[in-house]
Design a protein around this ligand. Structure first.
Ligand SMILES: [Zn+2]
Length: 90
C-alpha cells in the first residue's frame, strides 16, 4: 500500500514539487494525522521528503497551544489580551 501511494507522485515529495524542486519522497504522511482522527485512506496521504515531513509534523504536534489564538467551547476568545477579556470600562 505504501509503495502504491508513493507511486502516485512517482515517488517524489509533493511539497518540494510545489516549490519547483525534485526530491525523492521518503515518507507517506497522513494529512490529518491518525492520532487526530484522520483516516488511513489514500486521499488523506501525501508523499513527503524528510525535511517536509519534519516541518509538517512540528506544525501539527510541536508548536501547540500556549500562544494559539482561538475560542473556548462557549465561543469566548482564549487570548488573554483580547478586548473581550479586558475589564469593563467604568
Ligand atoms: Zn520536500
Amino acid at each position: 500500500m505504501r509503495q502504491r501511494r508513493l507511486d502516485r507522485t512517482d515517488g517524489l515529495c509533493e511539497m518540494c514539487d510545489a516549490e519547483g524542486l525534485t526530491t525523492l519522497a521518503t515518507v507517506v504522511d497522513h494529512i490529518v494525522p491518525l492520532a487526530k482522527g484522520g483516516q488511513d485512506v489514500d486521499a488523506n496521504t501525501r508523499n513527503l521528503c524528510d525535511r517536509h515531513h519534519a516541518e509538517v509534523t512540528s506544525e501539527q504536534f510541536g508548536r501547540a497551544a500556549p500562544k494559539a489564538k482561538g475560542v473556548d467551547r462557549n465561543g469566548w476568545p482564549t487570548d488573554a489580551s483580547h478586548p473581550w477579556n479586558q475589564p469593563e470600562p467604568t
